[in-house]
Design a protein around this ligand. Sequence first.
Ligand code: C2E
Ligand code: MG
Ligand code: MG
Ligand code: MG
Length: 273
Amino acid sequence: RAKEDGRGQVVAFDEQLDREREDRAFAEKRLKTAIDEDEIQIVFQPLIAAADGEITGVEALARWAPPTGTVSPEVFIPLAEKSGLIETLTRKMLLGSIRAVSCWQSLELSVNVSPIQLCNPNFAGEVKKMLSEEGFDANRLILEVTEGVLISKPDRARRSIDALRAVGVRFAMDDFGTGHASIGTLRQFGFCKVKIDRSLMSSNNDEVLKATIHLASALDIPVTAEGIETEEQARTAREAGCQLLQGHLCGKPMTVEQLRGRLMPDAHPGQIG
Ligand code: C2E
Ligand code: MG
Ligand code: MG
Ligand code: MG
């Protein structure tokens, strides 16, 4: 590569691309090790009934906090998706969260599933096998998916969804209100739950919120409001007809020990239950 006068700019640009490629390869390697060595933690965020504040379920969320600093799921999930690590990560999230909450038999468990996985023809079989091996009631499991996959690869997604629905697993549409998913999509894929994205909650646009909730209610699909941070947002969501609330006001994502404390406030630390 010529390093002529005046071309310094071009060379610097090439070098930057090389560096970015190296950085990504490095990050991928780090993530792979973290997944293989169980350094990805699972935290649980409560979903509470709008009517009485009762915890009806939890959403499992992945956390990666290497000594060099916490990495957000918004960064490492896309990295896992691009590098093929998402399969192992999701398997571990499913197995780990199923085992962690299995003792609380009335608690529902929500797990996020990447579009890539939903399109994998082996996915449904793997989940079914895991449920039966762990003795976990399929009715307690809710898989959260975003709408993108339903639009880009509807047939593949549909096959996984149908196969899992047949054994009782339910599906929630995550981040509803941010994209193109319509009432038709909800009906077509048999979603049992809709989660209104927190950007809609914080936009203070009650009309859009109400319209979205009415849409889902018309199909008898219970609505969860995400990102509830204030009493006022909780009131708005409740009045608009949301059945479930999720957000920092109702509970931040917590470890399973913290969850135990929340579910059984009278239990002594260390007590099994
Ligand atoms: P999500 O599934 O929509 O999860 C909700 C996100 O909102 C979580 O962010 C949660 O910590 C955050 N959140 C909850 N309540 C509040 C609130 O009151 N205020 C604010 N500002 N934020 C709130 P998190 O954990 O950073 O995860 C981000 C996204 O990464 C998730 O969005 C999900 O799409 C993805 N993700 C996380 N864990 C997994 C996983 O195990 N597998 C897959 N495929 N995706 C995951
Ligand atoms: Mg989710
Ligand atoms: Mg969401
Ligand atoms: Mg999200």
